[in-house]
Design a protein around this ligand. Sequence first.
Ligand SMILES: [Zn+2]
Ligand SMILES: [Zn+2]
Length: 164
Amino acid sequence: MTCECAKYDHITMDRAAISKRVRETKKLRTWLKPLARSNDKEHELFVCEACSQYWQSSRAWNWGNDVYCFKVPQTTVDEWLLLRFVSPDELMVYGYAVSDFLNSGIELGDVECNETDCTSKAIGGLKKCVNHHLANLQQVGSFPSEPEGRWFFPYEERNFKPNV
Ligand SMILES: [Zn+2]
Ligand SMILES: [Zn+2]
C-alpha cells in the first residue's frame, strides 16, 4: 500500500493548522496502523507500514475536542506508553498563554521572589517571580498546565518557557 505521509508537515503553532489537521485526520487514518492507546484513551500511537513514519493522535480540547494526528519520531510501544509525545494543541495553548502573560505589562521589581532558594526577581507588586507566580495560577486552574510528554523536533521546550 502506498501512503501520502510525505504530503503532511509538522503542525505549526497556528490555530488554523490544528483545524486543518483535524479535517485531514480521517483520511490519514485510512493507511495508519494503530499500535497503542494511552490509558486515558486520549492519545494513540500509529505507524505507517509503507514509509515507517510514526504518528500520534491527540484530542484538541480547545478545538472542540476533536482528534488529530501529527508526526512523531520513531519509538517503541513500551517507551510511548511510559511517556507519550507532547501534543501541538497543548503547546499552542500554553505558549500563547505565556506570551500573553509576558506581554500584559508585567514588570519585575527589585525584590527577590519569596520562594525558598529562588533568586529571581519578583514581579512588581507581587511576592513571586514569573515562574512561581504562574505555578500558583496553575495550581488553582487559572493558567494552562505545562505541556506533558516527550519533546521532539521541531518543538523545543525552551521556546515555550517564560524566558525571564
Ligand atoms: Zn507513510
Ligand atoms: Zn521564584
